[in-house]
Design a protein. Structure first.
Length: 287
């Protein structure tokens, strides 16, 4: 039997071997292209923008001559913190409900999943128009940080919700069974056993959300406005770095300064992502 089977098995293994090599090569090519494009973009921004990082760009008072971005930096950090404050608790809580408490295969779970996936694919300008109609016009918040933060929270909520659910579902069932076997309840098992294991995946969604919030332009033009000043309160208008960059580029008079703003925006996003990754590492070790 082995002699009869050997001519069939050898070519099959050979085909699988070559198929694995081809897929591996495609993965390397895709990874190389991604890294190369990212490197080119970063190098281009740094080369164009770093020479124009002058002290006047960091002046406290904005004028049409210095086009300072200090106000935009402060507004960007505030907007990011506010948006995450609204979206993370709701997204993580919703993901925990879908993964741990909802009945498998229920219609409610299916509707929430389809809705979240649909919302994740909607263009940001649609969110901006919705935020303008819902928060600026209907709720009479006017153009403000709060209206922009609520709009961005709705934008990032589907990502955090679905990623939290997937991270929790990836935790082995044996973890839950072991905890139940030791007498722990559902809530204690979820909080003390399942959630710490899924924390890196949840924080990965938060990191992606930070990048989207910091780089968002279209939605904020309609909601938080383009006023070049530090927002004095949540109901005051103020532009973020991305909006400030867009405005400078649109005016066409400060293109070099726009690249300098892009450098600062890039650095801020990298620093916030690094901080989130560091916190994720600490929480993983602690768990």
């Amino acid at each position: 039997m082995s002699k009869l089977q050997s001519p069939v098995l050898v070519p099959t293994r050979s085909r699988r071997h070559w198929g694995s090599r081809i897929l591996k090569a495609l993965c390397w090519v895709a990874g190389g292209l991604t890294f190369g494009i990212l490197a080119l973009i970063v190098i281009y921004i740094l080369v164009r923008g770093v020479p124009y990082l002058t002290p006047s760009l960091f002046a406290w008072t904005y004028t049409s001559d210095n086009v300072s971005m200090t106000h935009a930096i402060i507004n960007t950090l505030t907007m990011t913190a506010l948006s995450l404050l609204f979206s993370v608790p709701v997204g993580v809580g919703g993901g925990i409900y879908l993964a741990e408490y909802a009945k498998p295969g229920s219609k409610l779970v299916k509707v929430i999943r389809v809705t979240a996936e649909t919302l994740a694919g909607i263009p940001s300008i649609i969110y901006g128009l919705f935020g303008m109609l819902a928060f600026v016009v209907t709720m009479k918040m006017s153009n403000s940080l709060l209206a922009g933060a609520l709009t961005l929270a709705i934008m990032t909520l589907p990502l955090i919700l679905r990623q939290t659910e997937e991270s929790l579902l990836s935790v082995p069932l044996s973890y839950r069974e072991g905890s139940f076997g030791l007498g722990a309840g559902k809530l204690r098992t979820t909080v003390r056993i399942v959630l710490p294991v899924a924390t890196p995946g949840i924080l990965a969604a938060v990191i992606l959300s930070i990048g989207r919030i910091a780089g968002e332009t279209a939605a904020l033009i309609y909601t938080s406005g383009t006023v070049a000043r530090v927002a004095s309160n949540l109901f005051a208008s103020g532009r973020t770095l991305a909006v400030h960059l867009f405005q400078l580029q649109q005016e066409g008079m400060h293109i070099n300064e726009a690249f300098a703003v892009a450098v600062v925006l890039l650095v801020i996003v990298v620093l916030m992502n690094a901080l989130s990754a560091w916190i994720a590492g600490k929480l993983t070790k602690k768990g």
